[in-house]
Design a protein around this ligand. Structure first.
Ligand code: GL7
Length: 821
């Protein structure tokens, strides 16, 4: 085995060019003259992979042969974003790449752009998984990311001529995908259906059908760590290419049905964000990747052993359950241990309990998955038996602990009766060692509200790990200008793997030279974004306006409606002459958001935003003062371009609903100021950057709770806010009267109805506070040096929000392992 070294900076550009040429020739069969940017992208990717192979193998070797426990991050989503630039950075080959492109006569941007962005995740949860595997590798912790290689990622979003969202399939595998290696020789069989029978006093599962899980391996290089981990994404293949019997009856289409059905399992990513889809296919997906991964881990850690001692499994690997999606892994490991390896129940339970931990990512009760027992019974009959037995053991344990009967009833994992169901969050909480929330407020609410019954019995299981983001992708790659300035200011680039070093910028906030340079960087980023948006979307954006951004999934609780109502209110004031537009800070408002295809009010909100944009952007009255843009198909690329160009970030969810947020961290780290509620990680961001450097508004979580208690949503209290506040009334009336629908009064009637009669997320109740904070924001923005100074302090004090720190917290509080020696 080769030695672990820091990335090979010794490689010259010339050598790297030769390696790329070789790939072009021997793998792709084109000369450098024939090559297109897409060819060079594929060749470069292959060349980078070659450089990582030795470290990859060494990492695996050390992992299996050493005594450092590995982490298995089980996640239905990994929202990786484009790979090339990140792999070059982490492999230490960025400069060589730039040199090679010069030599070969290619623009680096064209080559980087040739990569198709994989969208194997919906939003924050999937992107967090991607940040975490980057940090694990960068810290040097042996780890596997385990998930699904969906053929279709999150849908592509377009807008039709009415501004409505149209979803089109995202076939990200249209072209050669050079990063993943399909390993047909490390496949796993995953069984489904059938029945459980009694044989020699044992319960034996006789499955009805099976699919072949084939892994596709992605190298996950750490930044300057010399370690390369594995992201193993499973593809479903059929064992029956086609059914010969049916085929002989000359019914070709029917003959391929089993193949099509089996392969459907890894066909599409469910586009729901935080709400579960009670679909059979979804449970199949979950079991598919979790079962394959558990068997894979046993294969990796007990190579070739017929009778492995699996009581040592918890010392080899710890599985982190990323939300409830992989929780079926708990009964699966029980089944594997008991049925496949012959362990008794108690031993199996002890192993399982030590091996799993659960991260909850939500506060929305509807997002905690509950499966009908009948469905589990149909697909996984043996697992249903095991779940029932776990439930019995659990209830007995609670009884023995003296828990009251009504509380025990409430805590059931398996609920009896006609609509018997299985509560996956409860199963995860009981079945694993630790449960964590993703921000302090969220973890508190988990303990005190969502899982209160559990925390009262098992207080020590509960802990918090505040989310984080990788500074490599979201600072260094996204914002090279600011990164250079930080490095100049700190005199080192070590901050990239120790983000708390950003604190060294605090004194520079009082250095007018530095602050001025910082403001210049922001301006240059804004100019760049205007050019990018022109190229990509055809927008004409004035970079000399304040860039005010709200990018995240479209959800009622996130309250894009609040933002657009505020925009409308300002527009109305300009139109009515109440406000002289010349007294306003010129502002460009950006939205980026996908709505789940079946989420009606979210889709109406998208339509409204698009039409507000159309009306305002075409009205001479607001020209140069207020503009709204909604670049479609929000993805990682757009985030990487827009975040560094943003002055003001919107984190305006109803308090107590956003578990954490991670966009909020990316913005603060890129020198945007936040207007936000006391929700999720906003609370901790504000604590760290200082209350004076954060625009806080709105109700707090206890105030929200009190408001529900008063009957806000059930008694139609929102209407009082509408009646009392002329500015709010005006804005809502404009939505209702057809101003943004060519006179049609029906277009937004359901949205308006909801605001006036229900408004569950209290948009109307927070409207006044939101408008008021805008005055403060404008006043601050008028003093560019003051604004820039606040922005510097945001960056300087946000180092805590590195995903490296999150991983360190997981290591210490939950995983009890560390870097390879
Ligand atoms: C989420 C939360 O909504 C979000 O606040 C959090 O930052 C993220 C990562 O922990 O997880 N939960 C969830 O179901 N989705 C999220 O983005 C989709």
């Amino acid at each position: 085995m080769t030695e672990i070294t820091a990335p090979k900076s010794s490689l010259t550009s010339g050598e790297f060019t030769d390696e790329i040429r070789e790939q072009l020739k021997y793998t792709q069969g084109v000369t450098p003259e024939q090559a297109t940017a897409a060819d060079v992208y594929v060749a470069t990717a292959a060349a980078v992979r070659r450089h990582l192979v030795d470290s990859w193998m060494k990492t695996q070797h050390d992992m299996v042969n050493g005594d450092t426990k590995a982490v298995g991050y089980l996640s239905a989503e990994f929202l990786m974003g484009k790979q090339l630039e990140n792999a070059l950075l982490n492999a230490g080959l960025t400069e060589q790449f730039e040199g090679a492109m010069k030599e070969l006569g290619f623009d680096t941007k064209d080559v980087i752009d040739a990569e198709y962005e994989p969208g194997l995740g919906n939003g924050g949860l999937g992107r967090l998984a991607a940040c975490y595997i980057d940090s694990l590798a960068s810290i040097g912790v042996p780890a596997f990311g385990y998930g699904i290689r969906y053929q279709y990622g999150i849908f592509k979003q377009e807008f039709d001529e009415n501004g409505k969202q149209v979803e089109t399939p995202d076939y990200w595998l249209v072209n050669e995908e050079p990063w993943g290696h399909v390993d047909y020789n490390r496949d796993q069989r995953v069984n489904f259906g059938g029945e459980v029978v009694e044989e020699n006093g044992k319960r034996v599962w006789k499955p009805a059908w099976a699919v072949r899980a084939v892994p596709c391996d992605y190298m996950v290089p750490g930044y300057k760590s010399g370690r390369v981990n594995t992201l193993r994404l499973w593809t479903a293949k059929s064992y029956d290419e086609f059914d010969l019997l049916t085929f002989n009856k000359s019914d070709y289409l029917d003959a391929v049905i089993p193949k099509v059905e089996a392969e459907n399992i890894s066909k599409i990513l469910y586009p729901e964000d935080s709400t579960p889809q009670g679909k059979k296919l979804r449970l199949e997906q979950q079991y598919f990747f979790v079962s394959a991964s558990i068997h894979d881990a046993i294969r990796v850690f007990y190579p070739g052993e017929k009778n492995p001692d699996l009581t040592t499994l918890p010392n080899k690997i710890v599985f982190q359950l990323n939300d409830t999606h992989p929780v079926i892994g708990i009964p699966e490991l029980m089944r594997v241990l008991i049925d496949e390896y012959g362990y008794d129940w108690d031993t199996a339970w002890s192993i399982t309990n030590k091996t799993f931990n659960y991260t909850c990512h939500t506060l929305l009760p509807e997002a905690l998955e509950v499966w009908p027992a009948s469905l589990i019974g149909e697909l996984l009959p043996r697992h249903l038996e095991i779940i029932k037995k776990i439930n019995e053991q659990f209830m007995a344990e609670l009884k023995a602990k003296g828990v009251a009967d009504d509380q025990i009833e409430r805590m059931r994992i398996y609920t009896d009766g006609q609509d018997a169901s299985v509560r996956m969050a409860y199963l995860a909480t009981y079945g694993g060692s630790y449960v964590n929330g993703v921000a302090e407020l969220h973890s508190e609410l988990l303990k005190d509200v969502t899982l209160k019954d559990f925390s009262s019995v098992y207080p020590d299981k509960f802990t918090n790990v505040t989310n984080g983001v990788t500074p490599r992708r979201f600072i260094k790659l996204a914002n090279p200008r600011m990164s250079d300035l930080i490095t100049e200011g700190l005199g080192t680039d070590a901050w990239l793997s120790d983000l708390e070093q950003l604190k060294g910028l605090i004194p520079l906030a009082d250095d007018p030279e530095f602050v001025k340079k910082f403001a210049e960087v922001k301006q240059a980023n804004k100019n760049d974004f205007a050019a990018f948006a022109k190229r990509k979307y055809g927008f004409d954006i004035d970079p000399n306006t304040m860039f005010n951004t709200m990018i995240k999934r479209l959800h009622e609780y996130k309250r894009q409606a609040l933002k657009i109502l505020a925009v409308i209110a300002t527009y109305a004031d300009i139109k009515s002459g109440k406000v002289d537009p010349d007294t306003l800070v010129p502002r460009t408002v950006f939205f980026g958001a996908k709505a789940a295809p079946g989420y009606y009010l979210a889709k109406q909100t998208i339509q409204l935003i698009n039409n507000v944009a159309r009306v305002i952007n075409n009205d001479p009255a607001t020209k140069g003062k207020l503009h709204v843009y909604f670049p479609w198909n929000y993805n990682i690329e757009l985030a990487q371009n827009l975040i560094p160009a943003t002055d003001l970030d919107e984190q305006i969810s109803q308090a107590g609903k956003e578990a954490s947020g991670t966009g909020n961290m990316k913005f603060a780290l890129n020198g945007a100021l936040t207007v936000g509620t006391l929700d999720g990680a906003n609370v901790e961001i504000r604590q760290r950057v200082g209350a004076e450097n954060f625009f806080l508004f709105g109700m707090t979580e206890p105030e929200v709770s009190a408001m529900y208690a008063k009957g806000y949503d059930t008694k139609g209290l929102s209407r009082e806010y509408y009646e009392k506040d002329p500015q709010l009334k005006q804005a809502i009336d404009m939505v209702a009267d057809g101003t943004f629908s060519d006179g049609d009064k029906d277009t937004y009637k359901d949205l308006v109805n909801d605001w006036l009669n229900k408004d569950y997320f209290m948009t109307l109740a927070d409207f006044r506070a939101y408008m008021d904070i805008q005055a403060e924001i404008e006043e601050t923005y008028r003093d560019p040096m003051k604004w820039a100074r606040m922005a510097v302090l945001n960056v300087a004090n946000s180092g805590y929000f590195s995903s490296d720190r999150s991983i360190e917290d997981y290591l210490e509080r939950i995983w009890h392992t560390g870097a390879l020696k």
